[in-house]
Design a protein around this ligand. Sequence first.
Ligand SMILES: O=C(O)CCC(=O)C(=O)O
Ligand SMILES: [Fe+2]
Length: 196
Amino acid sequence: MALIPLPLDDAALAFDPHWLAPDEADALRQALHVRIAWEVHSIRLFGREVASPRLSCWIGDPGTAYRYSGVVFEPRPWPAALQPVRERLAQALGGDFNSVLANRYRDGRDAMGWHSDDEPELGPAPVIASLSLGATRRFALKHRQRPEQRLTLDLPNGSLLVMSGPTQRCYRHALPRTARPVGERLNLTFRRLQPR
Ligand SMILES: O=C(O)CCC(=O)C(=O)O
Ligand SMILES: [Fe+2]
């Protein structure tokens, strides 16, 4: 399939619902479920440590420590199963991704709140490639200044959403909780950090 632009003011989005074939996506999800050292990341919120409602792992090349909500994450090495995807993304999008945030949503209670991926290490207009594996979940984008300007999008197994240009500067995004019974979902957001 191919990446199709999604029209949204002040954003640059491209979406391929079937970037990986279903059998490739299933195999990758099963490998990563086992091979990634999943942990609960805590973030600092109003001076308190709060456990995030999901499992996560920061993966990257040496030198890609990531500061997020007042906490520094040292990168774990790339699992072998991710290398082909990393290469394919570099081919498809141009330029290498040196890091990835992996998130595991065990069921509909696991979620991610409103945020932008706008840490200074990512640069002013980062390209972020988000690969989803497993259960379909709804992803939401909302303009920072004009909240009526929003988009929701179901992210199915094997789908790729690429956010670039002004998207992080102008929008927040979230993966809301759902009361629907849903199975496990993995998400990988590939990033390019400027080495310090
Ligand atoms: O799970 C998702 O689709 C969103 C993940 C996300 O926003 C992030 O990793 O920064
Ligand atoms: Fe994000």
